[in-house]
Design a protein around this ligand. Structure first.
Ligand code: BDP
Length: 685
């Protein structure tokens, strides 16, 4: 198995009595509508049942008086929470999948297939579900030259030079996989956007992709380069000399451009914008605000359904500032100023997709502005495609965090799903981890991150455990003890990674390559691009004081949240060094000193990778041999690198702590100098 089929494998159901029971209840597929999305649903069901049951199931128009089959029914009267929801139930001995729209029928169809793939009973059968978030999307950081920023699974799926005439069959499989999760939008290009995608030449190519995705309910969005009017306008002779959002010519340029886009893609989803961030152009270049920039695009989008997604990932190059506070400082004063078409997209944490961050203080603090969630599926800071990190617990930790803005229970999830502040424009985005690798995600088990993200974007109340269990059964094996072992491994993997990588709130020990440990890295054009800026190790202790005596970033949270974190004696250990500079000898709640606790985590984290290797060895008989060998190799690499992380950190911090490695751990068998030399190899060009 090369992993290409993802969780949509549809291998024959091994248990004969279960297969027969399913087959008896699914003797035909009846449809009452003939839209492209219903056709996608029927095709999928036919293919899925053919595989699972080992026989062809015919498609008929309308069930008539027939019983013992599946009925797909688009019907406005069905009782579901919204247009994309579905209801699956037994009616007159038929399995009826009904929804208000064809999109709902498509999602219901995938839900039924998932039910069968995970071997669940169809007697009785009632599955009712509707998405809690309206825009559920992937963000591709794909460049027009075929590379992917922070991509670790090969090149871009989009073959721009072959489009629009040549349609890679993979585009459809990509759409099927997303639709199976309920993902309904995709931003096809990098937020560090090339203006190329906005040219007529490229819009035709984008339109060809949109044509493949449409029957799967997926809309196409584009990341835009804010200075496009000047860059493209100048060349094509339109004579736009500026990209100032308040300039009438610029506003006209965007209005015309959006009109042109809709000629190619009538149901265009909208724009995603990274502006005045990490060197990208933006409205501030002209003395305007983020709201001015976003509203200008929203105004131009007014005649259409499209939306404008404006990213809040900003931090100025101010050597004295705390980057943690930057997005809040720039965006909260703009609350209430954004056009209703604008959604502000916020990364889960205040810094940048670290292995563990507290939730971004923007959540809950912009009550008049819809805030979308941005998670990162690609493992930029999570060990690329060699380390196993199942991210559902990371997503859930953030979504379930309580902001307390409207009292207890004001979770981040309720901000994002709109229920806390009554937003209707709601969004969850995941930075994609897909690429041209045959198995899509490089690490075969990283498929689970795409899977879990999509399912959580649909319903954030699903559990990490449940999603892992589903994914393993659909993708790897249904042998019960193997399912249990792999699920347990997945669930522990993120904490294991955090332990050897950035325990207790250490963060961002990276420089240019976000791969190799470089806690010693102290030279960069900007202080907040060094590692020492984040951990602040010195002879006294380690950690970033963000209390009132330090940067006071904690003041950006509600008092209830602040109180959880502001006292170093009671601050939960996973967040300790995010908020406090703690002396090396300080006794912690574990009974160990800070130094000993850090060492314990680095060592047990690295050792736990060996535990994962042993667990994986145990499941060998239950997993495809090719997949098994692939993961086994990656776990071996992970173990080698985990020890490397451990050694880098303890040897480096020891220079400040001046304390021995506590028993029973043995001191690294290499010197700090040797580790640095090893890291240098990865920094060579
Ligand atoms: C950082 C990445 C960088 C992205 C940036 C962003 O290192 O490649 O462009 O985030 O999200 O994590 O804009």
């Amino acid at each position: 198995d090369d992993g290409y089929r993802l969780w949509l494998k549809y291998d024959p159901i091994a248990n004969a009595s279960q297969r027969d029971a399913y087959a008896r209840a699914m003797q035909f597929i009846a449809v009452n509508a003939a839209t492209p999305m219903v056709r996608s649903a029927t095709d999928e069901l036919r293919m899925g049942l053919q595989g699972l049951l080992g026989k062809a199931v015919p498609v008929v128009t309308g069930a008539g008086s027939r019983t013992g089959g599946i009925v797909l029914e688009v019907t406005p009267g069905v009782s579901v929470a919204n247009d994309e929801g579905y209801r699956i139930e037994k009616r007159q001995n038929n399995i009826v999948i009904s929804a208000k729209t064809d999109a709902g029928v498509l999602y219901g169809t995938f839900a039924l297939l998932r039910h069968l793939q995970t071997g669940q009973s169809i007697d009785p059968l009632t599955l009712v579900s509707s998405p809690k978030v309206k825009f559920r999307m992937l963000n591709h950081w794909d460049n027009p030259n075929g590379t992917i920023e922070r991509g670790y699974a090969g090149g871009s799926l989009w073959k721009w030079y072959e489009l629009p005439e040549t349609i890679d069959p993979r585009y459809k499989d990509y759409a099927r996989a997303n639709a199976s999760l309920g993902i309904n939008g995709t931003v096809v290009n990098n937020v560090n956007a090339s203006p190329r995608l906005l040219t007529g030449e490229y819009l035709q190519k984008v339109a060809a992709l949109a044509n493949v995705f449409r029957p799967y309910g997926i809309k196409v969005y584009l990341s835009v380069y804010f200075a496009a009017p000047k860059t493209l306008g100048g060349r094509t002779g339109a004579g736009v000399k500026t990209s100032d959002p308040l300039d009438p010519q610029v506003r006209k340029w965007w209005a015309d451009k959006i009109k042109e886009i809709h000629r190619y893609i009538p149901d265009f989803g909208g724009f995603l914008v990274k502006a005045n961030s990490e060197g990208e152009p933006g409205p501030q270049d002209y003395g305007r605000t983020h709201a001015d920039g976003a509203n200008m695009l929203a105004e131009a989008m007014k005649p259409y359904n499209g939306i404008v997604i404006w990213r809040a990932f900003v931090y100025k190059a101010d050597p004295k500032a705390d980057r943690f506070k930057a997005a809040y400082e720039e965006f909260t004063p703009l609350d209430g100023q954004f056009d209703p078409k604008v959604i502000v997209q916020v990364k889960n944490g205040p810094i940048d997709f670290q292995p563990r961050e507290p939730f971004s203080p923007l959540f809950g603090n912009m009550p008049k502005t819809p805030l979308g969630m941005e998670f990162q599926l690609t493992q930029e800071y999570l060990g690329f495609a060699t380390h196993l990190v199942y991210e559902a617990p990371l997503f859930k930790e953030c979504l379930d965090s309580d902001t307390y803005v409207k009292g207890k229970g004001s979770t981040v999830a309720k901000v994002v799903d709109g229920s806390l502040h009554g937003y209707t424009q709601t969004l969850m985005a995941g930075v994609a981890n897909t690429g041209t690798d045959r198995n899509w995600t490089g690490h075969p088990l990283a498929q689970a991150n795409w899977y879990a993200f999509g399912r959580l974007a649909w319903d954030h109340t699903l559990s990490s455990e449940g999603l892992a269990d589903e994914w393993v059964k659909m993708t790897l094996t249904r042998e019960p003890s193997a399912v249990k072992r792999i699920t347990t491994m997945l669930l522990k993997s993120r904490d294991i990674y955090v332990d050897y990588n950035t325990p207790m709130g250490l963060s961002r020990p990276w420089a240019g390559v976000h791969f190799a440990p470089e806690p010693w890295q102290d030279k960069s054009p900007r202080p907040d691009w060094t590692a020492v800026y984040y951990h602040r190790a010195d002879s006294v202790g380690v950690g970033f004081d963000r209390t009132a005596s330090g940067s006071n970033a904690l003041a950006q949270y509600q008092p209830e949240v602040r109180r959880q974190w502001e006292n170093p004696q009671t601050c939960p250990l996973p967040y300790l060094l995010w908020f406090h500079h703690v002396p090396w000898g300080q006794k912690l709640s574990t009974g160990r000193t800070l130094w000993d606790e850090l060492c314990t985590r680095f060592y047990t984290g690295a050792d736990s990778v060996q535990w994962m290797q042993r667990e994986w060895a145990q499941v060998k008989p239950a997993v495809d041999p090719v997949l098994h060998a692939d993961v086994a190799g990656r776990l071996a690499t992970q173990h080698r690198e985990a020890i490397w992380w451990r050694d880098a950190w303890v040897l480096y911090l020891q220079e400040y702590a001046r304390k021995p490695i506590p028993a029973p751990f043995k001191k690294p068998d290499r010197t700090l100098e040797e580790v640095k030399q090893l890291v240098d190899i990865y920094l060579l060009r």
